[in-house]
Design a protein around this ligand. Sequence first.
Ligand code: NAI
Length: 685
Amino acid sequence: MENTTHIHFRAETDSDNIVWLHFDKADGATNVLNAEVFEQLDQHLQNIAAQCPRGLVILSDKSNGFIAGADITAFTKVSSKKQALEFLRMGQDVFNRLDALAFPTVALIHGFCLGGGTELSLACRYRVTRDDPGTRLGLPEVKLGIHPGWGGSARMVPLLGGLKSMDLILSGRSIDGRTGKRMGLVDMVVPERPLRDAARKLVFDAPPPHQPAWYDRLSNHFLVRPLLARVFAKQVGKRVSKNHYPSPYAMIDIWRKHATSKTAMLTAEAESLAGLITGVTAQNLVRVFFLQEQLKSLGKDKSYQPKYVHVIGAGTMGGDIAAWCAFRGFQVSLQDQSPERIAPAMKRAYVLFKRKLKRPIKINEAMDRLMPDHKGIGVARADIVIEAIFEDAEVKRSLYREIEPRMKPDAILATNTSSIPLEELSSALSSPERLVGLHFFNPVAMMQLVEVVNGQSTSASVSAQAMAFTRKIDRLPLPVTSTPGFLVNRILMPYLMEAVVLEAEGVPAVLIDKAATSFGMPMGPVQLADTVGLDICLHVAEILAEHFNAEIPERLKKLVSDGNLGRKSGRGFYEYKKGKPVKPGAGSGNWNMEEITNRLVLRLLNESVSCLREHVVADKDLLDAGMIFGTGFAPFRGGPMHHLDAVGAKVLYQQLESLKLLRGDRFTPDQGWAALTDSLGEETT
Ligand code: NAI
């Protein structure tokens, strides 16, 4: 065997004259594509072309996968459309060279093969994947506010037809090898051991590459495309608006205009993407990606290896937290006052496991990991005890007094309290440093964020362990101080209360919700309040009102006292049929939508400024991350503080002042604005 070694690639030629090009990015655990990688790949392809081998197989030496996509840090360095275009054309040229090789080329895929990875594989004549659910192919670019630009759509569209390829590109979803084979994206799906033999066979046999069926081809026909393009746009429109997320719409246009010409599509891909990459949406979504990485890195303490979790309180939260921990592989015991109180949680757990795990053997294994334990025997072996009982400080304290002597000396005690300061609870403990808050959000299986609440006595190591545990159950930890409402509820509540005030003033609920969703919120505040439960909203609002001297709208109190608690009771602001709101029309009133949006958003921003001033979180980035992952705050705006900076602190401050005059003291700008406007060198008064 002959060997040539480069930094990121290694080429070997075997005795059958097949070149095996190994990609093993030198400076990272994952293969990603950047300018340097492209340069080296290009050099290799030129050498290999000159060598005229029997075939070329491209494979990854990384255990986690083939290629995860483009190096996203490169996106933040692109400063102009021209620079972006050069980078994209460079990648396209390299993949075109690969595509044009006269001998069989095979991408040998295991693990992640996403974005640029799938684009590279599409420039090969064949794709072989390992047969396991962890092997994923896809073009997820729309999730970052962009679309494929290295020929991903130009090559996928003729291979699969318009319908299948646009479905993959517009949804950004990834698929395993078997699904890829069914769709025509993958030529062979084989277990680990015969992977190389499969690639070798394709080189030797050189079968004709996959051709789409006639009906798949038909979807690319020039008469069909305008019609399908409208259908695609309508489907995309249900999820995102063109103003906020232009990339899927741009992709539909490119396909509609150029589907049958690879050259034209390549040019259009690069031109369009160069504009998108440098646009605000993509830059903000890339920011969100890095915020997520930042939260993940907070839980990186690898030395912490808990095994046993004991959850006390099998209600709405505790039951679901226990199920989630068991789903993520922990041995969990679940305690409540009686077996009858645990039973509903076990049923919900089964439904969760069935939905997530599908295979009966896996479901049974997960059920075996979750033990009902009404006597609380599990306390003694638990590495972490999570308390999620009634929101009553004395009840919680007396439980702590009872369990602490039975806990392992190094076990953590985590409370899911949503409002009680940790200091009020830790007084019952002889080791108060072991108490930390793990504030989960409802529904646990859907909400990514967990606030890790640090009381004055919480030790740094317990806090670090709580964050590491949060990562182990695949949640994002956000360290916050033990102050009323912590971060997310405190910022969300004024926004929800303003929605209630607006509704009480007579603004139709649908219009209030529309103002918020048009701003970019995933759900309007009225529907959100109904979904959370109006009793829970009222409870949190009361706690916050105590500390922050805020007023609670009478309308909310009345709804709760009348038993209209939102979705769970069938009626709140909206009426619910089968769990879905029946939304009345908006009526004929002439409402000022801009003012409605401003009132909602400014109260949220004002509270964000207040939290930052009080150091509830360490910095602006963590605040933005918390609101994006805890509430879905318009990701394309990059978070509340990023939005505030983009619009300008002075402008927003003045809007608050005007609203204060018009609508009352609740719009009084927080003192924290002074620092923000000063930092811009501006006057605040
Ligand atoms: P829940 O009322 O649904 O469940 C509480 C459970 O604790 C009940 O099943 C009760 O029998 C059990 N319990 C009470 N005292 C107990 C004791 N001494 N020993 C064993 N079990 C006991 O309450 P939920 O909504 O699950 O709330 C629990 C905690 O989570 C509270 O601290 C709440 O503030 C917090 N939280 C609630 C959220 C929500 O949306 N419901 C969101 C985030 C936090």
